[in-house]
Design a protein around this ligand. Structure first.
Ligand code: PGA
Length: 239
């Protein structure tokens, strides 16, 4: 089971470092769950240092497919590896919706990052209107196939099912909805699958307890040591 905290555009280096030190202390002695935090780029180095020789992994929130080149605003897999970063999220719905990320660029990012030796959490998930139109299965299938076609199964690959309507809204997919989508995804690509979308300390057990749910990608609740640590503790208890 993996619990990953997606900090989005929160926590500069000083705040991130203090958080990492506190989280590290709080999770000492918690075993049976893998934990990762995903700070913004400028906080990665501080968090890698603060978590040196700890069990908590540090992931970026995005990564480019090229080794280097004229790609203003992008960061390569090698640059992350040089910092000591273990992996990256790719294809988050905020990237897809706000920054033009597509199935194709998500798959390219995933394939290059894995080839370079990073771990990857690749996100899929339907919008509210797609769910209302009965397209959930087709959408997550299409998004997952794009990743599968570029990567196949890979030890370093984890998927995250994040229904867009549940992200940052307080609306959570029911455990049954999550399980259905996860089963669809697994039928296309059999790798660990996290659930994401308003995961909190009080719903983590139910969601992570579904047979095809292998952990959680946590946004808002990952910004506070107490709520993030208690989600990790819950996952450790039920795994
Ligand atoms: P949320 O975000 O937990 O705040 O809904 C999840 C995500 O975007 O990864």
């Amino acid at each position: 089971m993996l619990i990953a905290g997606n900090w989005k555009m929160f926590k500069g280096p000083a705040e991130a470092e203090a958080f990492a030190v506190e989280l590290r202390g709080r999770l000492e002695g918690v075993s049976g769950v893998d934990v990762a935090v995903c700070p913004p780029y400028t906080s990665l180095a501080a968090v890698v240092q603060a978590l040196d020789r700890s069990e908590i992994a540090v992931y970026a929130q995005n990564v480019h497919w090229a080794g280097d080149g004229a790609y203003t605003g992008e960061v390569s897999p090698a640059m992350l590896l040089e910092l000591g970063v273990a992996g990256s999220i790719v294809g988050h719905s905020e990237r897809r919706q706000l920054f033009g990320e597509t199935d194709e660029t998500t798959a390219q990012r995933a394939a290059a990052a894995l080839a370079a030796g990073l771990r990857v959490i690749a996100c899929v998930g339907e919008t509210e209107s797609e769910r209302e139109a009965g397209e959930t299965e087709a959408v997550v299938r299409r998004q997952t196939e794009a990743i599968r076609d570029a990567v196949g199964t890979h030890d370093g690959l984890t998927l995250a099912y994040e229904p867009v309507w549940a992200i940052g809204t307080g609306k959570t997919a029911t455990p049954a909805m999550a399980q259905d989508a996860h089963a669809t995804i697994r039928s296309v690509l059999d790798v660990p699958i996290l659930y994401g979308g308003s995961v909190k300390a009080d719903n983590a057990a139910e969601l992570c307890g579904q047979p095809d749910v292998d952990g959680a990608l946590v946004g808002g609740a990952s910004l506070f040591v107490d709520s993030f640590a208690s989600i990790c503790e819950t996952a450790a208890r039920i795994s």
